[in-house]
Every structure is written in C-alpha cells, then in structure tokens.
Ligand binder design. Sequence first.
Ligand code: NAP
Length: 293
Amino acid sequence: MARKDDSLLKNLQKEHIEGRLCLVTGATSGIGKATAIGLLELGAQVVITARDIARGQATQREIQMKSGRSRVELYELDLASQDSIRKFIKDFKKRHKGLDVLINNAGVFHPERAESADGVEATFAVNHLGPFLLTESLLDVLKKNAPSRIINVASALHYQAKTDFLSGGPALDRKENYSGFQAYNDSKLCNVIYTMDLLRKLQSQNISVYAFHPGVVDTGLVREYPGFVKFAWSMLSKSAKKAAIPLVELASLPDPGPSGTYFHGKKRKKPLAVANDATSADRLRQISEELLS
Ligand SMILES: NC(=O)c1ccc[n+]([C@@H]2O[C@H](COP(=O)([O-])OP(=O)(O)OC[C@H]3O[C@@H](n4cnc5c(N)ncnc54)[C@H](OP(=O)(O)O)[C@@H]3O)[C@@H](O)[C@H]2O)c1
C-alpha cells in the first residue's frame, strides 16, 4: 500500500479530479506510470494502455499497489499500428461514453530507423501519427465530458527541430541519413504544432489543450542507445516520480492556465514560433490524414 505521507502529491487538490476519467498512454514505464499512480492517489479513475498486455497487467498490479487504489483499467494499444488504435477506440467506447482527461504520453526515441506496422517511419508514427489518430477519434467522448482536457507530452528538444519533414516524401521517410535525434526532435515539434492546431479547432468546445515538457527524466526512453548516452542522460535527469508532479497538476488543477499553453514543468514557455503557424498545422494535418489508411 502507498504510504500517503510519502506522497509528493499531498498538496494537490483532489476535488476537481476525484472520480474523473483520465486516459494515460505509455503507462508501463517512466513518466506515464508515475502519472497514473499520482492520478489514482488523487482519486481519479485511470485508464492505462500497453502494447504488451502481460506487461500491462504487471503494471496495473504495481500501480494499484503503489497508489493503494483499484480504479485502473487496462487496454491493449500499439501506437505503431493503426489497426490496434482503431480496435482500442472501439473497446474503450464500448465501456465509456465520456472522457475527462487524455494524456498523450507514450513515446519512442529510436537510434536506428524503424517502420511502423503501416510502413511509416516509426518515430513519427508512434510520437505523432498514432496520437493524432487516437486524439481525433476521442474528440467525441472528450466533448461529451467537457470541460475536458488534452495534454500532449512534448519535449524541449522540439526547439532543435527542422521543418523539412513538412514537405513530406523522403524528408518524412528518412530512409537516407537517418538521425534518431532529428527524427525525435521533429516528432516532438509535431506534438506542439498539433496542440496549437487543436487549440484553434476546439476553441468553442470547452476542451483545453496543453503541451508539456517534463525536463530530462531518468526513464526507459534512451534504452536503445549506447551505455555512455544512458549514463549521461541519467546524470542529468530527475526521477519519473518528480517529473510527473507538474503533469498530474496539469491534469487535475481546476484551471492550470490558458488553453494552448506550452509548459516546461510548471513554467509557461513560448514554444518554437512555427508551432503557432496555422499553415504548418494545416500541412501537418494533411500529411497525417494522408498516412491514415
Ligand atoms: N525522459 C525524458 O527525459 C523525456 C524528456 C522530454 C520528453 N519526454 C517524453 O515523455 C514521454 C514519456 O517517455 P518516458 O521518458 O517516460 O519514456 P519510457 O520510460 O520509455 O516510456 C515510454 C512509454 O511509451 C510506451 N510506448 C513506446 N512505444 C509504444 C507504442 N508503439 N505504442 C504504445 N506505447 C508505446 C512505452 O511502452 P513499452 O513499455 O511497451 O515500451 C512506455 O510505456 C515521451 O513522450 C517522451 O518523448 C521524455
């Protein structure tokens, strides 16, 4: 059972989040797992997803034990497969008519080029295209429970992004001169561009949207990189539990800040200027829709 006096969340208000339904993707590890625990501790009802159901079940038990709460549901979801996303949506909507908070947290940082089940470069597929399909498909249930909230876990590495991938084709496929860092940075810029796109589209719907950078965090994100990268990352980083606090706040506070804010931890920051450019958002939406089969 969780020792409540240990909880870093003890000062957060429970009133607004208690009993509300929060969906956290990528909760089998790192920031997602810590966030799910935090939300449960505050009395939320939490849905977690996992691409490997056995690992998901182990996580579900761990989360229940650490939070001392049982209200956590598990679904299978592989963001690298559009079929899996569509199946998840169907299963989720069979049980739930509404959703209060969607946290698009799952993400990858591949050093080597890979492809999704649908033949899309994997970093773009998992970090942007999958969450795009997921979010667009959940807008009806988010509207049902409005005021509701979407939080996209982005990264400060989006400041290092280039925008050539918005021209599509080879720049998006990255078959030549693949760089894991560039693919990741660009995908994280997509998270911020898409957040601002949603802001424009959902203005009258009472669904708030936020982009969030958790800081450098000691998680499994760089697990595929050589030892020295993992070592340097861990030296610079904070724990997932600490990084999750502002994310849990963002999900649970009655008014965390204006919709469309990019948060670096608890601080409001200006994202890269292109994130506010409607033409780039339209282009990203067009590319994304064309890649959905
Ligand atoms: N760590 C940092 O320093 C840092 C900094 C800035 C932003 N972020 C962002 O924070 C988010 C969480 O990352 P993390 O640091 O907590 O990393 P992590 O420990 O590697 O967790 C990533 C989560 O995403 C899931 N995931 C990976 N591929 C997936 C797929 N195809 N379908 C569904 N889920 C998938 C993983 O599931 P499996 O367990 O099945 O692999 C895992 O639960 C990411 O969006 C990342 O970009 C992290």
